[in-house]
Design a binder for this molecule. Structure first.
Ligand SMILES: [Zn+2]
Length: 341
């Protein structure tokens, strides 16, 4: 199977998914009418999918805390195909802000394996690009500036709670059979108390103030979604005590400044999207469109584990598996295509 055919098949699947969303009915009809033609001619697919407005920029954003595995390759592949379908840009961004868990060599290997598989990024740490750098550890000033902006706008605050206090809160919650959550205590510190603690050099993090009243969003795959996060979670940390951002802040800042139009990521992030949308709202930014991709599972329904050696792309590369064959399998797993081959 060549890649053009892969693109074509996934395009059909995507078109039919999009067809089920409100406001895209005409695309559905067009897709049905043109099905035979679409299989043969990618140019037709291009015209048929012109409902996506503006420049398409998508990203694959793994953290180099491990090597690329089948699940990651599949997420990258869907992003790549989506970008190519719309004449857009496929970006590789490495989320290396958890410095304690970095695996030596993983960052280089992830990009090597994307190239080996035939889905190279257009912009990446190695290739560069107009909106880099593409390594989060090189963008710390930006996150810190945005976190300050959140504090100044009243959407963020300094938290001076010690790790011991947080651990105690957690233990108390577990003892009471409740889900542990931060109690938002530092929300209520007065400005002069905050200034005094900062002047003393007290260790602190910055938290984002979760507001009630989350608006629903339409996910490309899962449809309408909404999680009233303030009811179930304490205010999340956005800048850690070591000055590094957490995933929640870094990913929205980068998606905004890298002009990402569509976020296509694993469905484990679906539950966090309302929180991210609250942050977009607080900063007055237009959010991207979200599409959460179902995860690849083992045949017994269990999650793929990094402890399984035979899920890593380097393993297949070493074993002499052809990249086209691997892409074919990855494309078909969980794709929803009806034809069994
Ligand atoms: Zn606190």
């Amino acid at each position: 199977m060549n890649l053009q055919r892969v693109c074509c098949l996934v395009t059909l699947s995507q078109v039919m998914k999009v067809a089920s969303l409100r406001g895209f009915q005409s695309v559905a009809v067009l897709a049905r009418d043109k099905r035979a033609e679409l299989r043969l001619n990618t140019a037709v697919v291009y015209r048929c999918c012109s409902t996506v407005q503006g420049e398409v920029r998508v990203r694959f954003a793994p953290s180099p805390t491990g090597f690329l595995h089948l699940g990651g390759l599949r997420t990258a592949l869907y992003n790549y195909i989506f970008a190519k379908k719309y004449g857009g840009t496929f970006i590789l961004r490495l989320e290396d802000t958890d410095q304690n868990r970095l695996v030596p060599g993983a960052a280089e290997s992830i990009e090597d394996m994307l190239e080996w598989a035939g889905i190279p990024p257009d912009e990446s740490p190695r290739r560069g690009g107009p909106l880099g750098p593409y390594l989060q550890s090189q963008r710390l000033d930006l996150y810190s500036r945005i976190a300050q902006e959140l504090v100044e706008r009243g959407h963020g605050y300094y938290c001076f709670c010690s790790p011991q206090r947080l651990e105690l809160l957690k233990r108390e919650a577990l003892r009471a059979g409740q889900t542990p959550r931060y109690d938002n205590r530092c929300r209520h510190l007065r400005a002069d108390q905050v200034q005094a603690k900062l002047a003393q050099g007290a260790l602190h993090v910055i938290r984002f103030r979760l507001e009630a009243g989350v608006e629903p969003f339409q996910d490309l795959i899962f449809g309408w979604n909404r999680h009233e996060v303030a009811q179930v979670e304490g205010d999340p940390v956005v800048i850690k005590a070591d000055g590094f951002p957490t995933y929640h802040l870094a990913n929205i800042v980068d998606d905004h400044y890298m002009n990402i139009s569509h976020v296509l990521r694993g469905s484990e992030w679906l539950i966090s999207t309302s929180k991210h949308l609250l942050m977009y709202r607080a900063l007055g930014w237009q959010p991207p469109t979200f599409g959460h991709l179902p995860l690849l599972m083992n045949s017994d329904g269990s999650k793929l584990s990094k402890r399984q050696g035979d899920i890593f792309i380097e393993y297949f590369c070493r074993e002499g598996v052809l990249p086209e064959a691997l892409l074919d399998i990855t494309t078909n797993c969980g794709s929803g295509f009806t034809s069994k081959r």
